[in-house]
Design a protein around this ligand. Structure first.
Ligand SMILES: [Zn+2]
Length: 314
């Protein structure tokens, strides 16, 4: 499942290529026909993300919001003319889902002039078309139109997002005013549960956007025992965990992939970092820890594989 950084990249992409444009919206597959009719012909004001939830805001008054959750199988595909590709700050990936596929360099033969979107292939739930390009959504677990009030309701049930703009805003002046903001909210929500920290981090109502990779890697980097109760963590451990999530996930938004290893912990300096040297523990069960003599372990917790190092996190 894509983690929060992918959804924030998606929001940026949609804002860049559709923002300020009037779009036609349809549901070639038919399952989103009623929702598409509500949005068809409106202007896209922009898009935003909260954890793994994507919102696309439509004009003229910003009263209609498309909510998409990609779930396990969802992905957007994009295509369009030169101005559409050039408008994107993230290189116009052709597909954003679990794995991004880069549009790559164009060959010099010159692509044929853009003549509108291709015929829909497969079960396209949502198609959005502007003068310059198109986006297709397939396989999402949620795709619906919400009012502003309904969107606020969805957001109120989510925990703080490490990718919020003000994620570190409350830590600028240590010892000053009582802490508030997303980091303080993270501490409050972890402090309210005896659930093991390894499970609490995956609970979108406690922290939004963290998935299996960031969960495992941040716990390793913090040398935190995944089985420790969330409310037993020391304040400096919670603070460090939040700061590390913010840092790792901001890198993920920039890079389009998750890399958590420090250069000093990569055995092959010249080789590609991703994917073989990108992680400390994720999908490395049975391999040697990068920092101690132990082998990485894996345990199934709440239906998901939890990777950890018994040496570093015991
Ligand atoms: Zn270790």
């Amino acid at each position: 499942m894509p983690e929060g950084h992918s959804i924030h990249r998606l929001a940026r992409q949609i804002s860049d290529v559709f923002g300020g444009q009037r779009v036609s919206v349809s549901s070639p597959q038919g399952r989103f026909a009623d929702g598409a009719a509500l949005l068809d012909g409106r202007e896209v004001i922009g898009a935003s993300a909260h954890g793994k939830q994507l919102f696309v805001h439509f004009g003229p008054d910003g009263t209609h919001h498309l909510r998409v959750h990609l779930g396990l199988y969802g992905a957007f595909s994009f295509g369009g003319d030169e101005s559409f590709a050039g408008a994107s700050s993230i290189g116009a990936p052709r597909r954003i889902g679990e794995r991004e596929v880069s549009a790559g360099p164009r060959d010099d033969g010159g692509a044929p002039a853009y003549a509108g979107p291709p015929p829909p292939v497969g079960a396209v739930r949502l198609r959005m078309v502007s003068e310059h390009g198109w986006a297709d959504l397939r396989g999402a677990s949620a795709c619906e139109v919400l009012s502003t009030l309904e969107m606020a309701g969805v957001r109120s049930r989510l925990g703080p997002d490490p990718l919020a703009d003000d994620a570190l805003g409350d830590r600028a002046a240590p010892g000053a005013v009582p802490p508030s903001g997303p980091g303080a909210e993270f501490a409050r929500r972890l402090g309210a549960t005896r659930t093991m920290i390894g499970t609490a981090l995956m609970d979108q109502a406690r922290v939004a956007g963290v998935g299996n990779i960031y969960r495992a890697e941040a716990l390793f980097r913090g040398r935190l025992d995944p089985w420790q109760s969330a409310n037993r963590l020391r304040p400096e451990q919670v603070d460090g965990l939040w700061r590390d999530l913010v840092s790792l996930m901001r890198d993920g938004v920039r890079d389009g992939r998750i890399i958590t290893t420090a250069a000093a912990d990569r055995p092959e300096p010249g080789a590609d970092v991703w994917p073989e040297q990108a992680y400390y523990v994720y999908q490395r069960a049975g391999q040697g820890c990068r920092r101690c003599p132990a082998d990485i372990a894996v345990t199934e917790v709440a239906g998901r594989k939890l990777y950890w190092c018994p040496g570093c996190q015991g």
